[in-house]
Every structure is written in C-alpha cells, then in structure tokens.
Design a protein around this ligand. Structure first.
Ligand code: PMV
Length: 312
C-alpha cells in the first residue's frame, strides 16, 4: 500500500489579477491536507477510485473527453499516461481530505496532487514538483475552466511562490517568520463562476479593469519585497490595499468585510479575502502578541472555522 499527502494553500496577494498576467503570491497551509492511498485490488477488479467522504465510488471505464471526465478519473488517467503505466491494473485509489471544499484553499488541486504522488510512488516513478504541478494543472482546467495555475504550483512545490501565469513559479525566501489566521466565512465560493463574472466586467470596461489589475500587480511586487526583507507591518498594510482593490473588482462580500473588519480591529497588521472571493476564506497577518485576540474576534464575528499557520 502507498500513501501520499498534499497540503492546502492560501493566496496572499494577487488573486484575479493573476488570471490577466499580473504576479501573485501564495503560501502552503499544512494544517489541513489531502491524502491518497493506492493498494492492489483482487484480480479482474480494474481501477476503482473512492472518495468515501463525498460518497464517490468511481470505476475507470472507457476513456471520455477531458471536459466530460470525472476530475479524479482524469487525474488517475493522466498520471498513468505520464509514468508510462497501462490503465489495465487492479487497483484501489482512495482519497480523503480535511481541506474545506470551495473555500479558496485549493482542495481540488490538493486531492489531485495526493493522487499523482501516491500513484507515481506506487509504481516507482519519480516525478519532480514541476511535473506533478503540470499534471494537476490538467485537472484544474476541468474544475475551473481557465485556471492561472497558481494552486497546483504552490501545492506541488509546498513553498511560498511568486507566480506569473505561463512562467515557472519562483520560490522565494521569507525574511522573518510571520503568522496568518485563516477564517472561513462559511459561504461557498465558485471559482469558475466568479472568474467568469470578472471576465464579463473586464470585457464591459477593459480600461478600468486593466488599471485595477495593474494596481494589484504593483501591490504584489511591493509585498514580495516586504516579505523578503521581513517587514511584516508593510506586508499587512499592502494586504489592506489589495483588499480595497478586490472590493473595486467586485469580488468581496458583506461576510468577507465583517471578518476583515473584526481582524483589523483586534490588531491584525492587515486582512483580506483569499481566493476567488464572495465567500471562502479571509486571511489576516498577525504578530504572535495578538494571535488569541484576533482568533477570538474572528470567531465572535461568525467565522465557521479558524486556522492559524506560520509562514517561513
Ligand atoms: O479560489 P481559488 O483559491 O481556487 O483561487 C482562485 C484564484 C483566482 O485568481 C481567482 C483564479 C486563478 O485561476 O488564479
């Protein structure tokens, strides 16, 4: 039996603008993760993929076009093809995850990453992080339509990444450890729909949206410098600037703003939505001195779940 894991992630800066070629920064969140287990099945059983938490039991049948395939099946097929192993196997692939679904924490990319890692290890194939990331990107296209590729990159590399669509992700040094609080609004967020809505707004007023995206890009570049030099106060301030731009882009929501306000009032250095928005998670940058205060404030303001994670 072979077991593999994949962490979750949050986008620190630059969501949405990243789809239009601006840079973004994402960091891994190891506190919640996906697990994939591969074991041999009885002869003649074929390949079964089971996600018991979701009541999914799927048998690998005849190939269907990528956009009609179940994302789990597509991941398994693409991995077999990549490592040069025939699909005619008797295998049970089980997946499980503690990552909240549809909350901007990359649950789909993490499950796919765990499957790619477990299957390749089971057959003794060694894939680099970038090869894993490329395979997972193909699954992301089924989930999201036009993903920038940031989720598969940060999860496959398991390091903070500075990401520009179409380029190899750059991992970078964090000058001084900082702490993030991740708070769930309790509202599901459909990345595919929200990205499509933003595209419609961009089409209706390209000049305005291009300028908003360029402003986000400048914030991301400044944020990278402040994180690298250990200036967490400046990084927090830039988070607030990024949140204001996301509000203008039209992807914030009352639930997000309630949590952002509560975190700032309790002493966070900065707070913003993370991921596609209109729900999902809010992140707050904090010093350890205010950790408890910010966590309690977020709970009182209605956060469905609160996680803290150190970024180093
Ligand atoms: O909701 P998430 O975490 O999958 O993030 C979406 C990030 C976007 O920039 C909105 C879309 C993308 O593909 O980068």
């Amino acid at each position: 039996m072979t077991v593999a894991y994949a962490c979750s992630k949050v986008i620190l800066f630059g969501e949405h603008a990243v789809v239009y070629g601006q840079p973004a920064i994402a960091v891994p969140v190891p506190q919640v993760r996906a697990t994939a287990t591969v074991e041999d099945a009885a002869s003649g059983e074929g390949v079964t993929i089971a996600a018991r938490d979701l009541d999914v039991i799927h048998r690998l049948g005849n190939p269907v076009p990528d956009d009609e395939a179940h994302p789990l099946e597509l991941t398994v097929r693409n991995t077999f093809e990549r490592i040069g192993v025939s699909e005619r196997q008797d295998l049970l692939v089980e997946v499980a995850s503690t990552i909240p679904i549809a909350r901007g924490m990359g649950s789909g990319a993490a499950v796919a990453t765990a499957i790619v890692r477990a299957l390749s290890a089971h057959f003794g194939a060694r894939l680099t992080a970038s090869e894993v990331s490329e395979l997972v990107y193909k699954t992301e296209m089924v989930h999201h339509g036009t993903p920038s590729g940031i989720d598969n990159s940060v999860i496959a590399f398991e390091k903070p990444v500075y990401f520009i669509k179409g380029e190899a992700p750059q991992t970078f040094e964090v000058g001084r450890l900082f702490c993030l609080v991740v708070a769930d609004t309790g509202v599901s967020s459909s990345t595919r729909e929200i990205v499509a809505d933003v595209r419609e707004s961009w089409r209706a007023d390209p000049e305005c949206y291009d300028s908003l995206f360029a402003d986000v890009g400048s914030v991301v570049m400044a944020a990278r410098a402040s994180i690298a030099s250990g200036d967490t106060a400046e990084a927090g301030r830039l988070m607030n600037v990024n949140q204001a731009l996301l509000e203008e882009i039209g992807v914030s929501s009352p639930e997000i703003e309630a949590l952002v306000g509560a975190a700032r009032q309790a002493g966070a250095l900065g707070a913003k939505l993370s991921g596609a928005g209109r729900g999902g998670n809010v992140i707050a940058l904090i010093t350890s001195a205010v950790r408890q205060r910010v966590v309690s404030a977020l709970r009182s303001a209605g956060a469905a779940c609160v996680i803290t994670t150190d970024v180093k």
